[in-house]
Ligand binder design. Structure first.
Ligand code: TNX
Length: 478
């Protein structure tokens, strides 16, 4: 970013947003910016076709062939006369719009008209693109169920901070949360509770399509996870003949892990797994299918490995790239399979097979970890994780034998054992999610805790306007 030092660009009643309106996708991005400004400013900043209006006095969003900007990079140039975003791909324009949003005063987040605000952008140029292609957040909708609207509210936060993946943990011992037509008992019997004994819930195919639509409009990729062969009790309630756990399948609202399992030696198990992967893959446009694979306590090593390798062929058959928690590195993995590190260096074995890593070290990025011993929500089995812990580390030097090239990206999981609604989720996410976002986007050499901590507190008023809950960490100069 280079501050130009000249007069700012003022957005006025007469300002237009110029895009190639013949392209519906680009028009939609223009409308996003227009809608953002319209309500608080009290005037419509109209979307106009390219060429009809002089660029002077306007905000233009334009695609250009600029391979160096990649999928999500953009260039923003603001002078007294105009603001211009150029990108190689539509996602880059969308990310650039979020930067415009952050450059405008906090009142831009108001849902009502706000008087006497100077809607100006400082004169500058920004050339920006992400460090990692995969910058994710995970939401556990099984331990507690979250409504479609709540999932969308979480995506609003991801979009504001340029995260590009929402990983949905759609099944676990406590609840099966996604409609599978060929196996109706999964939801009919497996969705009825959650931790603490509430009524649970599940997403219909229409609900899931709505989540996907909302995600696509924000250039967020949905990664569905069905956790197997353990964490599977909810599925077995309707299909108890496939259970090989110690306990008979029944609704479960506790928080123990590792005790349930599919019968990996029964052929019928793979018919169920095939049905689930086939249907959910068909419903999901993105390239990934997360099979879980974590915390299996009731199978032998051989049984586990055989299961993972067989499921890998099923995921491949339905055209998806497999992701699994780091335990899958015990199996023989395809080089395209992604290994999701969370607790140890066992994922390093996957790198030797050509697999790339998603890093979610629990003591840094698990957003369900309490900030301190007095945080009311969350767990602390990995650590107490204050904002600085999430921010102040380098993925490229975190694991022995793992370099920047081996890392596909980072992800911040939100396990929901203690989280009964989105307000609780937000309290643990914010501000740590913004630290994760900067970790995923900004090169290590350009990051510093001292800079981050003074910049992030200026977002407090934005969160207040947005009605977002957050932790007033004593590490930050509020
Ligand atoms: C470990 S992380 C789990 C989850 C729990 C989480 C709580 C992982 C792959 N498994 O089942 O919800 O800890 O922090």
């Amino acid at each position: 970013m280079v501050m130009a030092g000249g007069a700012p660009f003022a957005i006025l009643r007469t300002t237009a947003i110029i895009v190639d309106t013949s392209n519906a996708e680009l028009r939609a991005i223009g409308e996003v910016l227009s809608a953002l400004i319209r309500r608080p400013a009290g005037f419509p900043v109209a979307v106009s076709p390219m060429g009809s209006t002089p660029i002077a006095g306007a905000i233009s969003l334009r695609l250009e062939s600029r391979p160096t900007l990649g999928e999500e990079g953009y260039e923003l140039t603001v002078t007294q006369d105009s603001a211009r975003v150029v990108a190689n791909r539509p996602a880059g324009l969308f990310r650039g719009v979020q930067t415009i949003r952050q450059l405008l005063p906090p009142e831009i987040e108001s849902d009502m008209g706000v008087n006497r605000v100077d809607w100006s952008l400082p004169a500058l140029t920004i050339t920006d693109q992400p460090r990692f292609a995969y910058r994710g957040a995970m939401l556990d909708v099984s331990r507690h169920f979250f409504t479609v609207r709540e999932v969308e509210q979480y995506m609003d936060l991801l979009a504001l901070y340029k995260l590009n993946v929402l990983h949905l943990h759609l099944s676990d011992d406590q609840g099966w949360r996604i409609q599978i037509d060929s196996r109706p008992k999964l939801t009919a019997m497996g969705s009825l509770t959650q931790v603490g004994g509430g009524t649970g819930g599940f997403y219909t195919k229409q609900d899931y399509a709505e989540i996907l639509r909302y995600a696509q409009a924000r250039y967020i990729l949905i990664v569905p996870e069905i956790d197997m062969p353990s964490h599977i009790n909810a599925a077995l309630i309707g299909y108890p003949e496939l259970s090989c756990g110690q306990r008979p399948p029944a609704l479960y609202s506790g928080t123990e892990v590792g005790w349930s399992s599919l019968c990996v030696d029964k052929e019928e198990t793979y018919a169920l797994v095939d049905d689930i992967i086939r249907e959910l893959s068909a419903m999901t446009p993105g390239p990934y299918f997360h099979i879980g694979g974590d915390e299996v306590k009731t199978l032998t090593h051989q049984q586990y490995v055989k299961f993972v390798e067989r499921v890998q062929t099923i995921v491949t058959k339905y055209g998806k790239t497999m992701i699994g928690w780091e335990e899958i590195a015990q199996a023989r993995l395809n080089p395209t399979t992604l290994t999701h590190m969370w607790k140890s260096d066992s994922a390093a074995a996957a790198v030797a097979m050509g697999s790339k890593l998603i890093l979610s070290p629990a003591n840094k990025l698990y957003l369900d970890m309490q900030y301190t011993p007095s945080t009311e929500l969350g767990l602390h089995w990995a650590a107490y994780v204050e904002v600085r812990d999430s921010y102040d580390w380098d993925p490229a030097t975190y694991m022995k034998g793992v370099t920047e090239r081996d890392i596909f990206g980072i992800e911040a999981p939100m396990w929901s054992e203690t989280l009964r609604n989105i307000t609780a989720v937000e309290y643990l996410a914010m501000p740590r999610l913004t630290a994760v976002a900067e970790l995923g986007w900004t090169p290590q050499s350009a990051r510093s805790w001292e800079s981050y901590r003074t910049r992030i507190v200026t977002h407090q008023r934005r969160w207040n306007y947005l009605g977002i809950n957050y932790h007033r960490s004593p590490q930050l100069p509020w």
